[in-house]
Ligand binder design. Structure first.
Ligand code: PLP
Length: 326
């Protein structure tokens, strides 16, 4: 295993299911569609951060940390999974969330509270400024805080998706299947960086197609390659990817980060009503909208197998109830 030498804490239920989506495929008149259910990782409603946090917490515990500090949006899936990971390993957790507290704590924010995290809103300051202050306060109180970056997307977290590709590879061999493309939401880039390393190192003939959530395709390619290089170095390997090896689409940015538009809403309803699968309003709704558009534009060959990597997030649906209902 490529990641065997790295410290790791077991947090999730793996392997996550690999399933076919025949009714969605039929509804779109497209190629065979599959889904990898990382919305079922098991950590307080699951999601892609569970895989990264297994390695991030491995490193945090190796350094003797007793407190996790991280940052995110109000409806951050990453923050909620970090709070759950801290609870499950007996660590304290402080979440620095952007802006001001909403009138009602719902969705992920409600779960953050239930999971026992201390929630600090950054108000008019940047989250990074507030996080640094929280780190200093924690140290002054005699604790050992560990700062988990946005999305756990650094060389400590990204190996989670290298291991995920090994898991997928084993499932594909078992089912005698090959997938030509993997379509995945890409925002802080750790998921795609890990997948690209895994695909390359395992010699898979699979293209990892990142759907940019809140960046240009150029930034996505640059950042995925840069993070992949840092991650490979940490794994004791020579960097093997350049921006030209990374595939990203930025045609689905819609109204901006966390703005639910018609394409996301259509994708959420389509997945729910053809396959009984819940997507989220910010990431997987947008990534599925990208997949739907790419299928409709015949970007995938009729004989291809296309895998949608479900990265979780459905807990945020409740915060969008007014826009999704009816
Ligand atoms: C549900 C969901 N999908 C996808 C992503 C994107 O993953 P990454 O930040 O590793 O690019 C995130 C978090 O950013 C997420 O919460």
């Amino acid at each position: 295993m490529l990641t065997d030498a790295l410290p790791r804490v077991r947090l999730g239920f793996f392997p996550t299911p690999l399933a076919e989506m025949p009714r969605l495929s039929r509804a779109l008149g497209g190629p065979r569609l599959f889904v990898k259910r990382d919305d079922q990782t098991g950590l307080a409603t699951g999601g892609n951060k569970t895989r990264k946090l297994e390695f991030t917490l491995g490193e945090a515990l190796r350094q003797g940390a007793d407190t996790l500090v991280t940052l995110g949006a109000v409806q951050s899936n990453h923050a909620r999974q970090t709070a759950a990971a801290a609870a499950a390993t007996g660590l304290r957790c402080v979440l620095v969330l952007r802006g001001h507290p909403p009138a009602q704590a719902t969705g992920n924010l409600l779960l953050d509270h239930l999971l026992g995290a201390r929630v600090v809103f950054s108000g008019e300051e940047t989250r990074e400024q507030v996080a640094q202050r929280v780190m200093a306060e924690e140290r002054a109180a005699g604790r050992k805080p560990f700062l988990v970056p946005v999305g756990a997307s650094d060389e400590h977290g990204a190996p989670g998706y290298v291991a995920a590709m090994e898991e997928l590879d084993a499932q594909l061999r078992e089912h005698k299947l090959q997938v030509d493309r993997i379509v995945v939401a890409s925002s802080s880039f750790g998921t795609q960086a890990g997948m690209c390393i895994g695909a390359k190192r395992l010699g898979l003939a699979t293209q990892v197609v990142g759907i940019a959530i809140d960046s240009s395709a150029d930034e996505l390619r640059r950042e995925v390659a840069a993070l992949a290089a840092r991650t490979e170095r940490r794994m004791g390997l020579d960097p093997s990817l350049s921006p030209a090896d990374v595939v990203g689409h930025d045609g689905y940015l819609g109204g901006g980060y966390a703005v639910l538009g018609e394409p996301e809403k259509e994708a959420i309803l389509l997945a729910a009503r053809t396959e009984g699968i819940l997507l989220d309003p910010v990431y997987t709704g947008r990534a599925m909208a990208g997949l739907v558009d790419l299928v409709r534009r015949r970007e995938f060959g009729a004989g291809e197998n296309v895998l949608f990597w479900h990265t979780g997030g459905a807990a945020a649906l409740y915060a969008y109830a007014a826009q999704l209902a009816g």
